[in-house]
Design a protein around this ligand. Structure first.
Ligand code: SF4
Length: 234
């Protein structure tokens, strides 16, 4: 991880506000659970497939891979066109297939086998850094594997969480998405990372839409900087 990120620290008031947001979302949406946990390698592949598509298409592509290939070794050694064809429903198949196969080859070269459970022994920073070396594995993908498969606390930030956290004023306006990961991890406690990730995504999908946020029905309206600014302007 970028060591400079460690220097940015939110103040106590912001942490308090984040905690209120979290509690309100938990009251509104409940305590969500991750879909059935996958092995770390399955989660990595599934998350790569999920890039730039929705959960349904990701799952269709993932299941097609599992149906057509008996194991990850076969995916690794398959003709690229076969993998492209299998994952086509996830979109960007011409890009995702070679990336996935390159990652599978690299893991085999370094580890002698295709499994990633050893990462839980490395500790958070080293496990994150190990995963982030691969092309196509950004901070969100690495954090998802850590948090939801390996049980290592991490707060993955997707496009919804980035937008909602910006509007609420939970992060500096100009902070990039990569730095937002470390920032949000300081606003929430590790046991809140998983449910917080899921509930903020739900907020973004169902209420705080990119183009037309439905502020009047938003449970966080009283804590939202964006909404306050709108009131001042009008
Ligand atoms: S009040 Fe509006 S802009 Fe603010 S978080 Fe809610 S929906 Fe988004």
């Amino acid at each position: 991880m970028n060591p400079k990120r460690q220097k940015l620290k939110p103040d106590k008031q912001l942490i308090k506000k984040a905690q209120k947001d979290y509690q309100i979302l938990e009251t509104t949406f409940g305590l969500p659970e991750w879909r059935q946990p996958l092995s770390a390698l399955d989660e990595l592949v599934s998350t790569i497939l999920s890039q730039n598509t929705n959960d349904v298409n990701r799952d269709v592509a993932f299941n097609r891979l599992k149906e057509r290939f008996p194991d990850w070794e076969t995916v690794r050694d398959a003709l690229e066109e076969e993998v492209v064809e299998a994952i086509r429903p996830a979109g960007l198949a011409n890009q995702k297939a070679p990336r996935m196969q390159a990652i599978l080859r690299q893991i085999t070269k370094e580890r002698g086998c295709l499994e990633l459970e050893f990462l839980s022994e490395l500790g958070r920073e080293r496990a994150h850094a190990w995963l982030s070396r691969f092309k196509g594995v950004g901070p969100k993908t690495a954090a998802i594997v850590l948090q939801f498969s390996l049980g290592i606390p991490a707060f993955p930030v997707d496009t919804h969480i980035y937008r909602v956290s910006g509007r609420l004023g939970l992060r500096p306006e100009k902070m990039g998405v990569e730095d937002t990961h470390t920032w949000l991890e300081q606003l929430f406690t590790p046991n809140q990372y998983g449910p917080g990730h899921l509930n903020f995504i739900r907020m973004g999908r169902e209420i705080c839409h990119a183009h037309k946020p439905e502020c009047p029905r938003c449970p966080l309206i009283g804590l939202c900087d964006y909404y306050q600014r709108l009131q001042t302007v009008n």
